[in-house]
Write a protein that binds this ligand. Structure first.
Ligand code: DER
Length: 236
């Protein structure tokens, strides 16, 4: 499958370039690309991974670390991380990215910020000029359940996202609930608004009841994209 092999290619190249023997505290993101990151780290061997701790960005990430036989750590024990590797829903030409397709962006942003180096790994679909090109469901926003209706109203009328919606679960009645017990709102914005995602992020973050916004602006040091032709594009 072209997409899976491009995810693996991005992940392997990123690990080979950025997970060094001296790195002992490693942040592991969420989604379907990061399993290839862990796969490549395991391939570095038991000696290299002895004494390393891996910090998860949620339940899926924790299960991935544990099932791969790697050491598990907590961000409260290790508030400074050597390198965090994570996926993205879209990455623009300035390395701003949309994250939260998997409803994990709160803990992801904590580990992204805690890391000396934050690296993105993705398949070619995520490599865009402007956010909102391929990932059309909108900016993921984690909100406290108590405030979701008010945040939706503010997004509709104040921030100009009339199609903002509460993310409903598929195999559970009712809304998606994050690992932190909160709801997720998806807020699409017009293309011209996403030319300056930092401003959009700040405006959303100020809305009362918002916990975290799935826009990671100027945080990544580099982004690795696996291409359909088997090459890798690296941007920084
Ligand atoms: O939800 C998230 O933030 C994930 O990291 C997501 O953005 C990437 O998921 P994928 O690697 O499955 O595309």
């Amino acid at each position: 499958d072209i997409i899976e092999s491009s995810k693996r290619l991005a992940a392997y190249t990123a690990v080979d370039n950025h997970v060094k023997p001296e790195h002992k505290v490693i942040g592991i993101g969420s989604g379907s690309t990061v399993p290839y990151v862990v796969e490549r780290i395991v391939q570095q061997g038991a000696e290299a991974n002895k004494g390393r701790v891996f910090i998860p960005t949620g339940f899926q990430s924790k299960e991935l670390i544990v099932s791969s036989g790697l050491g598990l750590g907590d961000v409260d024990q290790y508030p400074t991380i050597d390198v965090t590797l994570d996926g993205a829903d879209e990455v623009d030409s300035q390395l701003n990215c949309v994250k939260g397709g998997g409803a994990c962006h709160l803990r992801e942003k904590v580990l992204a910020e805690a890391a000396r180096t934050f690296i993105l790994v993705a398949d070619y679909r995520k490599n865009v000029q402007y956010l909102g090109t391929n990932f059309l469901q909108g900016v993921p926003i984690e909100v406290v359940p108590f405030a979701y209706a008010k945040v939706l109203q503010n997004l509709h009328h104040v921030l100009g996202s009339p199609k903002a919606t509460l993310r409903m679960a598929v195999k559970k009645a009712g809304p998606v609930v994050s690992d932190n017990g909160n709801f997720i709102i998806d807020a699409p914005f017009d293309r011209e608004k996403m030319i300056d995602p930092f401003t959009i992020m700040a405006q959303i973050k100020m809305l009362t009841g918002v916990v975290e916004v799935g826009l990671f602006c100027r945080m990544a040091k580099a982004a690795y994209f696996g291409n359909e032709d088997g090459t890798v594009t690296v941007r920084w």
